[in-house]
Design a protein around this ligand. Structure first.
Ligand code: ATR
Length: 277
């Protein structure tokens, strides 16, 4: 039997941890696969996917900036990928391309599993309404918190995201509302930073009063990009968490989708953290 091929496509892609994570998953589950990085020119995504398929690729992960294009390219998508308007994993099938978005379920599994914090019944503040926020909102709703407030600098984008998810929220009895970033008030059990403000060296765009005592404060990024938000959260009595767990858990869901086998994600997260420290 030949080795199955997977890759991550992005631009930039050089620093992606996905090859390391999937190689470790494969080793630990005895799966015969090879996983590589593919740097794709920004105007060349569709051709790159077709070329990967022609080379024998079985599927791929998709990262910035191609998640939206990938969703549009797919012949079949999961409901959560359709709601997100974005996908991070493709599986090549005999009759087309199947697309999913595992970012949100990855975040939920990291919070409820690795961090052991309950989302059910919690009040959640989601900061941002761009691609990263859109990718996680559906699965956050499905985790049945009491409420989710989507706060964004540009209110219209938060409003559009909330409107799109209104039916799902009603179905799961979740109070879902939008809010302008500077008008957020009250405290929350879980605060999730899905803005890219730290990338431009910006301050955390909300007051510390949004953090209930011992709230969980998760940044979807990791490394230096998450530092500012995490330091702010810790300084105000919250429990900070970066996006490394979400990264490993979204990969675990992709691995399941491709291979039908659940990898030991908590072990791989611990190993990755140790390697990065
Ligand atoms: P991503 O894929 O990382 O989500 P994006 O789609 O460009 O990137 O979205 C970036 C998010 O960060 C948006 O919610 C953006 O707010 P706007 O919709 O108002 O642009 C938010 N953001 C970026 N810089 C910010 C800043 N300095 N303060 C507050 N929010 C910021």
């Amino acid at each position: 039997m030949s080795t199955d091929l997977y890759c991550v496509m992005g631009n930039p892609v050089e620093h992606s941890k996905s090859p390391w994570i999937h190689a470790r998953f494969a080793e630990l589950t005895g799966q015969d696969l090879q996983y590589v990085k593919r740097l794709v020119a920004v105007d060349d995504f569709a051709r790159a996917v077709a070329a990967w398929q022609a080379e024998g690729g079985k599927g791929c992960n998709i990262t910035v900036p191609f998640k939206f294009e990938a969703a549009a390219l797919a012949t079949r998508t999961t409901e959560r990928a359709a709601l997100a308007h974005a996908c991070n994993v493709l599986r090549f099938e005999a009759d087309g391309i199947f697309a999913d978005n595992t970012d949100g379920v990855g975040l939920v599994n990291d919070i409820t599993g690795n961090a052991a914090v309950a989302l059910a019944g919690a009040s959640v503040l989601l900061l941002g309404a761009g691609g990263a926020a859109a990718g996680v909102l559906g699965p956050l709703i499905e985790a049945r918190p009491l409420s989710i407030t989507v706060a964004n600098r540009t209110l219209g984008k938060a409003n559009a995201l909330v409107q799109r998810h209104a039916a799902l929220a009603a179905q799961h009895s979740v109070q879902l509302q939008d809010c302008e970033l500077h008008h957020v008030s009250g405290g929350f059990d879980v605060v999730i930073n899905a803005t890219s403000s730290s990338l431009s060296g910006g301050e955390v765009p909300v007051p510390p009063s949004v953090l209930k005592p011992a709230a969980l404060a998760v940044d979807l990024m990791y490394g230096p990009a998450a530092r500012g938000f995490m330091d702010w959260a810790a300084a105000h009595g919250a429990v900070p968490r970066d996006g490394l767990g979400m990264l490993v858990e979204q990969a675990a869901e992709a691995f399941m989708l491709w291979r039908g086998v659940r990898p030991p994600s908590a072990q791989v997260l611990a190993e990755l953290r140790a390697a990065l420290d």
